[in-house]
Ligand binder design. Sequence first.
Ligand SMILES: C[S@@+](CC[C@H](N)C(=O)[O-])C[C@H]1O[C@@H](n2cnc3c(N)ncnc32)[C@H](O)[C@@H]1O
Length: 228
Amino acid sequence: MNGRASQAAGILLDRHREIVEPTTFRLLGREWDLLPGVYAPQLTQSAALYAEWLPYPVHGSFCEVGSGCGYLAVTAALRGCASVTALDVSAAAADNTRMNAVRHGVEDRVRVAHGDMFAPLSGDDRFDLIFWNSNFVEAPAGEREGAELERAFFDPGYGAHEAYLRDAPRHLQPGGRLLLGFTDLGSEEHLDELAVRHGWTAGTVRAARCGTADGHIEYRLVEFRRAG
Ligand SMILES: C[S@@+](CC[C@H](N)C(=O)[O-])C[C@H]1O[C@@H](n2cnc3c(N)ncnc32)[C@H](O)[C@@H]1O
């Protein structure tokens, strides 16, 4: 793990640990529920960027891996996706996404499931767009997976990133798109290596450099296209 990434993640993790009661926050002109232990999108600028950048498949199907509190899955439904599937390995995050779907009246179009990567899906589930705002800080391989909140930040050995790239093709419609929210604190080299191993070419389609309390971070929307 590089020093800059671990320092930035540590600061953000400490801010998350201060959230010990259910609360609400405003983002994208709306009020959202947030449960303790769930990634808090209002603490960084990435939420607004990904909400603006995503090419929502209007009238189509969208799958968000790692939906957290669900602001993006709900926004996708509000922006016209006919069906949204929100997945998260954190049970609290799945509950939180359900709460926000109900709060914004889109629970009929937002299906939520708790589980590791695509495990909750059936073989028939295919989507026009799959997206994950990932836990891009690479922890050493073999390190025990931490508490649910830590899994929002750290991916030991990029095992979850590998599963995303390996298994996504089974769940993409023909012509469907695979996107990832990543940053310059992640290991671009390892991500590219995994992409090549699983038959993808990675390219950054949008990027923005944002100031933070301890420096800056570049948020990136990365698209994977079938190689060759
Ligand atoms: C950076 S947070 C993003 C949360 C939310 N999408 C947002 O932008 O606010 C990453 C999310 O991925 C989830 N996650 C991490 N590993 C996962 C896995 N193997 N399968 C499913 N979700 C995972 C975490 O629980 C967390 O909610």
